[in-house]
Design a protein around this ligand. Sequence first.
Ligand code: GUN
Length: 297
Amino acid sequence: MTATRIDGKAFAAKLRERVGEAALGFAEKVGRKPGLAVVLVGEDPASQVYVRSKGKATVAANMESFEHKLPESTTQQELEALVDQLNADDAVDGILVQLPLPKHLDEQAVVDRITPAKDVDGLTPVSTGRLALGLKGLVPCTPLGSLMLLKDTLGDLTGMNAVVIGRSILVGKPMAQLLLDANATVTIAHSRTKDLADVVKRADIVVAAVGRPEMIRKDWLKDGATVIDVGINRLPPEPGAEKGRLVGDVAYDEASEVAGAITPVPGGVGPMTIAVLLRNTLVAAHGNAGIEAPEGL
Ligand code: GUN
C-alpha cells in the first residue's frame, strides 16, 4: 500500500486565502491593515530567501509588510533599539526576528525584548509559558501548522501515541505541548534517545524535526502511521548539478510503503509555516485592536 501524500502546499494556500479575506474585514473595521515587521540581520542566503517570500506572502494576504535589513555588523544595542521601536509602533502587529542571528548577538535577549502581544513566532517566555499552561496565546508557526495537517488527516487525536523527534524551542517542544493539548500520548525523543527506532515503531503519529537527511527509515515505522516531516535538508550536489536535492528527515519513498499518510519535502510542512505566520499576525492584530479574531483560523 502507498501512503496518502499530505498536501501541505494546498492546505496552506487555503489558509492564506481565509487569512487574506479576514485581513480585509479587519481593515474595514479598524481603518488600517494588519502589519508584520520582519527583521533580518546579515547576509545568510537561506534567510534572505525566507524573508523575501514572507514579505511577498504578507502583501498577498492584504497586510502591510515592514522589512528591516540590518548589516552583519549590527550591535546588540542597535538591534534591541529596533525591537523597542517596533514594539511602540501601532502599525506593527507582529514582529519576527529571523533566526539564526549572527554569532556575536544574544538571540534570547533579542527575542525576550519583543512585546508578547506582537510575538507572532511564539518564542518569548510569555508565549512559551502560556502554551505550557494550556492558555490561549501565540504559538510557533511550524508546530501549529503541523498540528493543523495532523487534525485534517486524522480528525480527533485523542489517545494516539505521538513521538516527536527533536526538542528545539522552535519545533520539538511546542509540538509536544500541542499534541498533549490534543489528548495524544506524547514522547519527546532526541539525539540521545536509546533505541530510537523502537520508540518510533510504537507511534501512530511521528513528527520528525532533527535536521538529519533521511534518517528515519521504513522499518522504523508502524504500519499505517501518520508521518509529519519537518526536516529540510539539502544533499550534496550530484556530479554536474549546481545544487543538491532537498530532502526531509524521513526517507520518503520507502516510508511511503509503510506509512498511512506522510508529508513530502518540499510541499509538506514548509508552506504551512508562512501561512501560520500570517494567521498569527491576523490574530495578533485583532488582539492589539481590542476586537475578537474570527473563528476557524
Ligand atoms: N528561522 C527558521 N525558522 C524560523 C522561524 O520559524 N522563525 C524565525 N524567527 N526564524 C526562523
